[in-house]
Write a protein that binds this ligand. Structure first.
Ligand code: ADP
Length: 389
C-alpha cells in the first residue's frame, strides 16, 4: 500500500461530510485550550503517551490538538490514520500496527514515531456525519477494553459538543459584529447633527452654558463609543491605515494628560525617560494611552495612576500602572479580546472594545501589548513600539 488514500478509503458521502465539517469553521483554526485539555485528559485516562484530535476534510487531516506529537498541525489525508478511522461510527482499534494488513509498512509504524497501538473514536455531528477523530497512540502494543472504548466514545462526544459550542460563539460574535457595524454607521449622522445643534445652542443661548456643557459631555461620550464601534470593525477587517510621522513621546503624553484632565480630576504621575522621538501614528498612539489611563480611572477609582516610559534598545515601552482591584489571573488571557468584559455584571458599563482596539493599534505598529496584574494590588498595562532612535 502506497498511501492510506485509495478508492476504498473515501466514504460515499464524503462531499456531504466535508460540507458538514465546513459548517463548524474549525479548519485551520488555532490551538484552543478546551481541545488541548481533552487530549491531556485522554492521555491520563488511558495511560498513553500520545493523543490527538483531528478533523478531516477532502485532502487534509487537521490536528486541532495533540499531546506528544510536537505541535504538528496537519498531515495529508493520504498519510494520517484518521482517514481510516472516519469510515466507521465505532472505535477503530489497532492493537499492534506492525501486524496490521494495511498499516504495517506505513512510515508512522516503521519510522521514528513507531506507532503500535492506535485507537480512534469518531467525532460525529448531530446529523450523523463523521468529521474527525479523537485518537490514542502508544509505541507498545496493547488493547482497549469495551468499557474503555465506551469511555473514549464519550470523550469524542465531548469533542463534538465543544466544537458545537465553539461554533455558536463564532456565530454570536459574527452577529454582534454585524450589529455593531450597522449601528455605528447609523448613529454617526445623527450624532454629527447633535454636535452641530449643541454648538448653535451655545452661541444663541450663552445663559444656558452649563446645560450645553452637559450636553457636549454626553455627546462626546456617545461619540467616543460610536468611534470605538466603528473602528473595531475596521480593525477586524484590517482596513485601518496608519499615518506615521516622527513626534516626541513626551509631547504626546502631555497632550494625552491634558485631554484626560479635561474630563476627570485624578492624580497622575509621569516617570521615566520620554524625551525622544518615535515614528508612529500619533493620533492612534494617543488613543492607546488615553484608553489605558481612562480604564485605570474607571476600574481603579481613587488610585494613583503612573505613566512610566522607557527607552530600550530598538523600542520604547510605556507602562500605565494603577493600584486598583487588579484582574484575576484566569481572566488575563482574554482581556484584549473583542467585546471581552471581565465583570459584565459590575457597576462600570462599556462595550469591551477599548483594549481590543488598543491591542490592534499596537500590533499594527509592530509592537507588543500586555498586562501584569495582581488582585488586590493593581495592574500595569504596557505596550512597546519599535523605534529607530
Ligand atoms: P470596557 O472598559 O468597555 O469594558 P476594555 O476593553 O477597555 O472595555 O476593558 C476590558 C475589561 O478589562 C474591562 O471590562 C475591565 O473588566 C478590565 N480592565 C481594563 N482595565 C482595567 C484596569 N485598569 N483594572 C482592572 N480591570 C481592568
Amino acid at each position: 500500500m502506497d498511501t492510506i488514500r485509495g478508492a476504498n478509503f473515501i466514504p460515499e458521502n464524503d462531499a456531504e461530510r466535508v460540507a458538514a465539517l465546513e459548517r463548524y469553521q474549525i479548519i485551520g483554526s488555532q490551538r484552543e485550550t478546551a481541545f488541548d485539555s481533552i487530549c491531556r485528559l485522554a492521555c491520563e485516562l488511558f495511560s498513553v503517551p500520545f493523543s490527538h484530535i483531528s478533523f478531516l476534510d477532502a485532502d487534509t487531516e487537521y490536528i486541532k490538538a495533540e499531546v506528544g506529537l510536537q505541535g504538528i498541525e496537519r498531515v495529508g489525508r493520504a498519510e494520517g490514520f484518521c482517514a481510516l478511522a472516519i469510515l466507521q461510527p465505532e472505535v477503530m482499534l489497532i492493537e499492534d500496527a506492525s501486524r496490521h494488513a494495511v498499516l504495517a509498512s506505513h512510515p508512522y509504524v516503521t519510522g521514528n514515531l513507531m506507532i503500535r497501538f492506535y485507537a480512534a473514536a469518531p467525532v460525529i455531528t448531530p446529523d450523523g456525519f463523521i468529521i474527525g477523530t479523537l485518537c490514542l497512540i502508544d509505541q507498545t502494543p496493547r488493547g482497549l477494553s469495551d468499557k474503555e472504548q465506551e469511555l473514549l466514545q464519550h470523550l469524542a462526544r465531548v469533542v463534538m459538543e465543544q466544537t458545537e459550542l465553539r461554533n455558536d460563539n463564532i456565530n454570536l460574535l459574527q452577529q454582534r459584529d454585524q450589529f455593531i457595524e450597522v449601528a455605528s454607521h447609523e448613529m454617526r449622522t445623527p450624532l454629527t447633527a447633535l454636535k452641530a445643534a449643541a454648538q448653535i445652542l451655545d452661541k444663541k443661548h450663552p445663559e444656558d452654558s452649563i446645560l450645553v456643557a452637559h450636553v457636549n459631555r454626553s455627546v462626546q461620550k456617545l461619540s467616543n463609543m460610536v468611534n470605538d464601534m466603528f473602528d473595531a470593525i475596521r480593525l477586524k477587517e484590517k482596513t485601518f491605515n496608519l499615518n506615521r510621522t516622527s513626534f516626541s513621546l513626551s509631547t504626546l503624553i502631555v497632550n494625552c494628560l491634558d485631554h484626560i484632565r479635561l474630563v476627570s480630576k485624578i492624580e497622575l504621575q509621569i516617570e521615566g525617560e520620554s524625551n525622544f522621538k518615535i515614528i508612529a501614528d500619533e493620533v492612534k498612539i494617543e488613543r492607546v494611552i488615553i484608553n489605558l489611563v481612562q480604564n485605570a480611572i474607571k476600574y481603579a477609582p481613587g488610585s494613583t495612576i503612573t505613566i512610566h516610559t522607557q527607552k530600550l534598545p530598538g523600542f520604547a515601552k510605556i507602562n500605565v500602572t494603577d493600584r486598583g482591584p487588579g484582574i484575576e489571573p484566569q481572566k488575563l488571557p482574554h482581556i484584549f479580546r473583542r467585546y471581552y468584559r471581565s465583570d459584565p455584571s459590575g457597576i462600570q458599563t462599556g462595550l469591551g472594545l477599548g483594549l481590543y482596539i488598543s491591542a490592534e493599534i499596537v500590533k499594527q505598529h509592530g509592537g507588543d501589548i500586555g498586562v501584569d496584574s495582581q488582585p488586590g494590588i493593581g495592574s500595569t498595562f504596557w505596550f512597546t513600539l519599535p523605534v529607530s532612535f
